[in-house]
Ligand binder design. Sequence first.
Ligand SMILES: Nc1ncnc2c1ncn2[C@@H]1O[C@H](COP(=O)(O)OP(=O)(O)OP(=O)(O)O)[C@@H](O)[C@H]1O
Ligand SMILES: [Mg+2]
Length: 242
Amino acid sequence: MALLEARGIDVSYYGDIIVLNDASIFIEEGQVTAIIGPNGAGKSTLLKALYGLLKPKKGEIFYRNENITGARTYELIGKGMAYIPQARSVFPDLTVEENLKLGAWIFKRDRSRVSHALEVVYKRFPVLASKRNDKAGMLSGGQQKMLEIGRGLITEPKVYLLDEPTATLAPIIAREIYSFVADLRDEGMTVVLVDQNIRQAFEMSDYIYVLELGTNKASGSRKDFAGGLKGIIQDWLDYDTV
Ligand SMILES: Nc1ncnc2c1ncn2[C@@H]1O[C@H](COP(=O)(O)OP(=O)(O)OP(=O)(O)O)[C@@H](O)[C@H]1O
Ligand SMILES: [Mg+2]
C-alpha cells in the first residue's frame, strides 16, 4: 500500500498553462523516494500539490488510501505530513526557538506537547539548542537547514517532503544533512526527496522518479536504473555530476 500517491494529476499556477501533466507518484511507507529531473520539470510543483499548496485540476491524491485531493495543508499536517520548501523558509528576525514554535502552531496551546517536541528537536540537533535564543538569520546555511528540518519534525510527521535540502550548501554540510535524512528513514519515516544531486539522490533512495516537462519520464528502484541512468538523463544532465 502506498502511504502517499498521486494519480494522473494536472496542476497549473494560473490560467491554462499546465505545469504538471498527468503526473503520478507512488510513495511506499518507510522508504526514501527521490524525484529528479531537469530545471523546470515540475518537481517542486509536485511536492506542493502533495502538500495541499496547489490543487490539481485533474487527477487524485491519496494518503493511506484516503482521497485527500483538495485537502488543506493544515489538515495534511494533522494527518502526518511535513514539508520543507526549496526556498529558504526560516524567519531570520525570530529566534531559533521562535522559529521552532511556529512549527508547533497546530498544537495550539498544548504547552507540554510543544515543550516536549522542542526537546526532541534539540536532542537531534544540539547546535540548535545551544543557539535557541539567537536570531535565526545569524545561523550558517547548514544550521538554518537543520532549523527548517527541525521545525517540520515538531509535529512528528509520518512522511517528510524535502525540496532540495542540500542546494547551496557546501559538500561537507550537505553530507551531514543527508545523514540526518538517512537517520529519519532508519527510524521509519517516509521521505520524499527532490534533489539536483543525482548521485546522492540515488545513493539515498529506494525508489526514483524521473520527471521531465511536467510528466513522468521514468521510474524504478536503484537496481532498475543500474547502467541505464545515463541513457535516461543524457538529454539534460551535466555528466560531471553523475
Ligand atoms: N509560482 C509560479 N507561477 C507560475 N509558474 C511557475 C511558478 N513556479 C513554477 N512555475 C513554472 O512551473 C514549471 C515547473 O516549475 P517547478 O518549480 O515545479 O520545477 P522544478 O522541477 O522544481 O525546477 P528546479 O529544478 O529549477 O527547482 C516551470 O516552468 C516554472 O516556470
Ligand atoms: Mg524546484
